[in-house]
Design a protein around this ligand. Structure first.
Ligand SMILES: *Cc1c(COP(=O)(O)O)cnc(C)c1O
Length: 399
């Protein structure tokens, strides 16, 4: 039998990413492919850097998308900044901090772990104690928005602490960029990476990164060659740099970059602060609905991410059966638990284009219907009213 074209089903994506892609972005992706050194393409690349600077709230000239998913942005930060023998403090409060440790060790560094419970924010006091106990530390790495639990950490405070001890900082902002307040320059972040498929609602496969002058100095002063050829910023900059001469490094994912450009144009049109406040507003509505139903959040109220809502699965309820039924009956995807939280929580994303009034109400209704059909111990008939109460007010301002 001849294999025919793949036609994906229509879904509503309310998991931990990818999130629903704005149709404008898919349309942008289908525009004609041009050469990666075409003068018109280079104009687009320069705009893309400027749009990313806006999204990150930075003037860093070394701001660009890595041609691969968020994990590659992570590797770009680690392989360029860490040299063999470096001590690196890694703050871990979920899955993604664990990956940072892997990166440090594979770069020949020594990882000192500062661990917090899954669901908690990173504790600044623990970081301070670790910095005092390890005075040779050169870098502190942390996750701003821990997607495995839905916890947000106070990056501003943590970065300040690291600087007091003469350390550079690496921040994972894969889930925070565009969804909750993030200010690279004001907070003094030295190296940061994000992803295209979370709150930017773009297709997966690109990782915006940004490096401060201090980080660039550190990279220039390296005594060991960067272990990765593809991610070595000295080489990547021959293509993405501002110099008059652009040289071939790798073939840029042309159409994917059109998509990222469009997603950032959309963000700029809305306004970054408005996007943050929209995410918060819809989170508040979803939260009140879920809590009215009797579902409990993993993260305490003060540290919750608006874009990632992790709730405990009620006792006796079959995790996989609920998610399958949501997919079958409602074409709705929510996320399963990750790592130690597998089977224990659901992760409901309200990211980017998917953070809408429609999706809040759609998800609450679907979840209530599916859970009721399985005789789950939930409160019925109250979730939508609770959400409406929030939705009927104007969104709070976010700064
Ligand atoms: C999704 C995610 C990543 C990894 O991004 P990929 O695009 O899947 O490689 C890293 N860190 C966090 C916090 C994430 O949520």
């Amino acid at each position: 039998m001849a294999i025919t074209s793949f036609i994906p089903p229509q879904r509503t994506l309310m998991g931990p990413g990818p999130s629903d892609v704005n149709p404008r972005i898919l349309e942008a992706m289908s525009r004609p492919t041009i050469g990666h050194l075409d003068p018109q393409f280079i104009v687009m690349m320069e705009e893309l850097k400027e749009l990313l600077q806006y999204g990150f709230q930075t003037n860093n000239t070394l701001t660009m998308p890595v041609s691969a998913p968020g994990s590659a942005g992570m590797e770009t930060c680690f392989v360029n900044l860490i040299e063999p023998g470096d001590t690196v403090i890694v703050c871990q409060n979920g899955v993604f901090g664990g990956r940072m440790k892997e990166n440090v060790e594979r770069c020949g560094g020594k990882a000192v772990m500062v661990e917090d419970a899954w669901g908690d924010a990173i504790d600044a006091n623990k970081l301070e104690a670790a910095l005092k106990a390890n005075p040779d530390t050169r870098i502190v790495a942390m996750v701003h928005a821990e997607t495995s639990t839905g916890a947000s950490s106070d990056v501003e405070t943590l970065v300040k602490l690291a600087h007091t001890h003469d350390c550079l900082t690496i921040v994972d902002a894969v889930t925070s960029l565009g969804g909750s307040p993030l200010k690279v320059d004001e907070w003094g972040i030295d190296a940061i990476y994000s992803g295209s498929q979370k709150c930017l609602s773009c297709t997966p496969g690109l990782s915006p990164v940004s490096f401060s002058e201090r980080a660039i100095e550190r990279i220039k002063a390296r005594t060991h060659r960067v272990q990765s050829w593809f991610l070595d910023l000295n080489l990547v900059m021959s293509y993405w740099g501002t110099g008059a001469k652009r040289a071939y490094h790798h073939t840029a994912p042309i159409n994917a970059l059109y998509a990222l450009h469009e997603s950032l144009v959309i963000l700029q049109e809305e306004g970054l602060e408005n996007s943050w406040s929209r995410h918060l507003h819809h989170h508040n509505a979803l939260r009140d609905g879920l809590e009215a139903m009797g579902l409990e959040f993993v993260v305490g109220k003060a540290d919750r991410l608006p874009q990632l809502n992790a709730v405990t699965i009620p006792e006796g309820v079959d995790d996989a059966a609920v998610r399958s039924k949501l997919l079958a009956d409602y074409k709705l995807e929510i996320g399963a638990g990750l790592g130690v939280m597998a089977g224990k929580v659901w992760r409901i994303g309200l990211m980017g284009y998917a953070s809408s009034r429609r999706n809040v109400l759609f998800c609450l209704n679907a979840l209530e219907d599916v859970l009721s059909s399985m005789n789950a111990p939930i409160q019925r008939g109250v979730a939508l009213a609770a959400a409406h109460k929030v939705l009927n007010h104007a969104p709070q301002e976010c700064k």
